[in-house]
Design a protein around this ligand. Structure first.
Ligand SMILES: Nc1ncnc2c1ncn2[C@@H]1O[C@H](COP(=O)(O)OP(=O)(O)OP(=O)(O)O)[C@@H](O)[C@H]1O
Length: 264
């Protein structure tokens, strides 16, 4: 469990990026949603101790991040940065995936086993000898997630996982993140895209100007006026509301309702 207890954070230049956030994050998929500059990344950087609160406390499995070493926390909470592909530096996919665990003082066989197993989990078996830079956008994003997964963390935080991806890449990454959650990891997705949050998450945390303005289930989230908080209402949701069909979670759900209405 990752717990925020009345957390505020001020950058050295005085910007107050988090204001009194209290929140618990468990297993399953949680989306951190909010417009640009609302504090999502700052909040997420507290989850593995890259940032420490100016006020309040962050507990990772009960340990205060102020008292824990970054190396220890990164074994529990892995972080996939935005544009992680810019950080690839190994010549093969296998080496890239093995880099993290090779720093954990593990036997070589275990390092390789972890790398192979993470690549398998992200659907990248068969790509081991490829150059990371030769992969497609979706494959590169999955490699970045596999490299973090190879550290075997309980939680994986992924910053804007779909940025720059086409439909195919998007589908691959969404599938991969769902699979991770099914295998018992906590997955935290940072996004400004309400459509993605609805498609993927069980819990949604909505940030606005450094404050947490909502935390709850998708059902509760659907009842909100998102634009009040600077988040674009997905088109399918606007249409279903306009037609008096209530709040739907996806285009397919809307189509199903429309078909039912035509037939009925
Ligand atoms: N290193 C920094 N120094 C000073 N202020 C910062 C720094 N990083 C972020 N901020 C400010 O903190 C606030 C929150 O930024 P943050 O990056 O957490 O928001 P975000 O919701 O993740 O935004 P985006 O969607 O654009 O990535 C913004 O006002 C931002 O300008």
């Amino acid at each position: 469990m990752i717990e925020f207890i009345d957390v505020s954070y001020r950058y050295p230049d005085g910007t107050e990026a988090l204001k009194n956030v209290s929140l618990s994050i468990g297993k399953g998929v949680t989306a951190l949603l909010g417009p640009n500059g609302s504090g999502k990344t700052t909040l997420a950087l507290h989850m593995n101790g890259i940032l420490k609160p100016t006020k309040g406390t962050v507990l990772v499995n009960g340990t205060d991040t102020r008292k824990a070493k970054a190396a220890e926390l990164s074994k529990v909470v892995g972080y996939v940065f935005q544009n992680p592909e810019r950080m690839f530096f190994e010549e093969t996919v296998l080496r890239e995936a093995a880099f993290g665990p090779s720093n954990l003082q593990l036997p070589r066989e275990e390092v390789l086993e972890r790398a192979f197993s993470a690549l398998r989990a992200l659907g990248l078996d068969g790509y081991e000898e490829r150059n990371p830079l030769s992969l497609s956008g979706g494959e590169q994003k999955r490699l970045a997630i596999a490299s973090v997964l190879a550290m075997d963390p309980e939680y994986i935080v992924v910053d804007e996982p779909l940025a720059g991806l086409d439909w195919n890449g998007r589908t691959e990454v969404i599938h991969a993140l769902r699979e991770l959650a099914k295998r018992g990891r906590g997955v935290v997705v940072i996004t400004h895209d309400a459509e993605l949050a609805l498609e993927l998450a069980e819990r949604i945390v909505l940030m606005d100007k450094g404050r947490m303005v909502f935390e709850g289930s998708v059902g509760e989230f659907l009842a909100m006026d998102l634009e009040k908080y600077g988040v674009k209402t997905p088109d399918f949701l606007r249409i279903s509301r306009e037609l008096g069909l209530g709040s739907v979670r996806s285009v397919s759900e809307l189509l199903e309702l429309l078909r039912g209405r035509t037939l009925g």
